[in-house]
Write a protein that binds this ligand. Structure first.
Ligand SMILES: [Fe+2]
Ligand SMILES: [Fe+2]
Length: 239
């Protein structure tokens, strides 16, 4: 059932292309955050790994961008349909607007590990869902290899830098991701509620005002109207 849903989401070539372009932006954003993390960490091993990781994310961005553009090019003449349904089939969330400078190496690694794990899970599903489009599927397959490496090295390094407390860092990161998912869901619901309430206002509150305006317009005399003598002024000034 879940597979069928994903196959349906990825079947539309335009939606697929736009999702890939969105994923490319997120990957590039994640890459920039990792460059910043590499600059800030005092640990030389992490600095090297974050730099390699940032290069991988930038490469993913290029792969997604190239494939998205290749899919979108022949569709240029069509109007945009595109519900991307990213809440159901997201890409990699990268560092999810984490404030890099405010995080310790351990909390950053915990957050990265969970994020990469979730991305690897999603990308494995997309490889299957895109069997009808082998080129796009192979892009995800390629990216998935790196995401698995990211998932493993972040956990190994977390265990190295916080051997006693790595479990606590993982739970904290889990809670933070859950909180962000909750905020995303609530802002999506707020968006839907806003659209519904404004539509109802448009159809319920506006018609009486429109009727009153029409009635008032009917009472207005048509054409030129002579001005009463006492109000007559010379036309020498604007007022
Ligand atoms: Fe990635
Ligand atoms: Fe990654």
């Amino acid at each position: 059932m879940f597979q069928l849903l994903h196959r349906w989401i990825w079947r539309d070539p335009e939606r697929c292309a736009r999702k890939l372009l969105t994923f490319a932006e997120t990957e590039a954003d994640g890459g920039r955050d990792l460059v910043r993390a590499a600059e800030l960490t005092p640990d030389p091993i992490l600095r090297r790994l974050f730099t390699v990781h940032a290069t991988d994310e930038e490469r993913h961005a290029q792969l997604f961008r190239a494939r998205g553009a290749a899919l979108l090019n022949p569709l240029q003449a069509r109007a945009s349909t595109a519900f991307q349904l990213n809440w159901m089939s997201p890409g990699e969330r990268g560092l999810d607007d984490l404030r890099i400078h405010a995080e310790s190496d351990a909390s950053l690694l915990a957050f990265l590990h969970l994020s990469e794990k979730s991305a690897a899970g999603h990308f494995a599903i997309y490889v299957e869902a895109l069997k009808h489009d082998p080129l796009t599927s192979s892009v995800f397959k390629e990216v998935l290899k790196d995401e698995s490496f990211h998932m493993n090295y972040t956990l190994a390094q977390l265990t190295r830098v916080a051997p006693q407390r790595h479990g606590i860092f993982l739970w904290k990161a889990r809670f933070s991701r859950l909180w962000k998912a909750y905020l995303r869901a609530m802002s999506a619901i707020a968006g839907i509620m806003g659209a519904v309430i404004l539509t109802l206002q448009y159809f319920i509150l506006l018609p009486p005002f429109a009727l009153l305006a029409k009635r008032a317009a009917r009472r207005e005399p048509l054409g030129w109207v002579p001005v009463a003598q006492e109000r007559g002024r010379t036309l020498e000034s604007q007022y």
